[in-house]
Design a protein around this ligand. Structure first.
Ligand code: MN
Length: 254
């Protein structure tokens, strides 16, 4: 049986993680290593300034008092050191992870941590709406997991899967672009001091053909391949003159 590591950023008790783990047990030996509380928008953070605790709560089930990336590291480099996972699945997140927002996502960062450790990884997130069902999302996640285990995949490329509320089909997509609105809300606390809340309004997206946002809006399951290379390759040639312009200045700073 292949080994599947299940994690998330909503915490060990989230319904999305429980259902994802349940479907994955059909196809492999499942180990759950997840944060002990919600870590949404934890991004790719690693905990380096305090000790981490790993606590077993069931057979093959562990909690970590840290981030999703901490969980993947402790799982792969400690718990499963002798038998590394064949696949890492993260989610199913309560809420989508689309377009420009992917860098905030703890769900996706757990998958990127898997890529850094050279393990094929998939992130699952769901749009929440009126006819929403984690069961429907989990059934699809299980089928994609089965397919992913059968095919050889480049571990450097993660799959970012977003579920619409109801499914019409599947689209392989690119990241959409978000329109940034005034997302900071200012209020006063009971003592009259100001406080702030980031991201009050739901995001608005640029209409874009072939994007993840367009897919889920039209009722399609969106699958976006992502990689960690943030280099903008087209700009390398354009910026080349900087080597000449600033080279002597740099060499003089001894
Ligand atoms: Mn979350």
């Amino acid at each position: 049986m292949p080994r599947i590591l299940v994690t998330n950023d909503d915490g060990i008790y989230s319904e999305g993680l429980r259902k994802l783990a349940t479907v994955c047990r059909q196809f492999g030996d499942v180990t759950i290593v997840a944060p002990d509380r919600e870590q949404s928008a934890a991004s790719h953070a690693l905990t380096l300034n305090r000790p981490l605790r790993l606590m077993q709560i069931e057979e093959n089930e562990w909690i970590v008092d840290g981030t999703p990336s901490d969980c993947v590291n402790l799982a792969v480099l400690k718990l499963m050191k002798e038998n590394r996972p064949d696949l890492i699945v993260s989610g199913i997140n309560f809420g989508p992870n689309l377009g420009d927002d992917v860098t905030y996502s703890g769900t996706i960062s757990a998958a990127f941590e898997g890529a850094l450790l050279n393990i094929p990884s998939i992130a699952f997130s769901a749009v929440i709406g009126h006819h929403f069902s984690f069961d429907r999302c989990a059934a699809f996640a299980g089928e994609l997991t089965r397919v992913a285990l059968e095919q050889h995949r480049d571990p450097q490329i993660i799959l970012n899967v977003n579920f619409p509320v109801e499914f019409t089909g599947v689209r392989v997509t690119k990241l959409g672009k978000r329109i940034y609105s005034e997302g900071v809300i200012e209020r006063k606390d009971p003592r009259g001091r100001k406080y702030y809340w980031i991201g009050g309004e739901p995001p608005i997206w640029h209409p874009g053909e072939g994007t993840d946002f367009e897919a889920v809006q039209s009722g399609y399951v969106s699958i976006t391949p992502l990689h960690l290379d943030l280099t903008h390759h087209e700009s390398i040639a354009r910026l080349k003159p900087l080597e000449e312009m600033l080279g002597n200045f740099a060499a003089a700073q001894r």
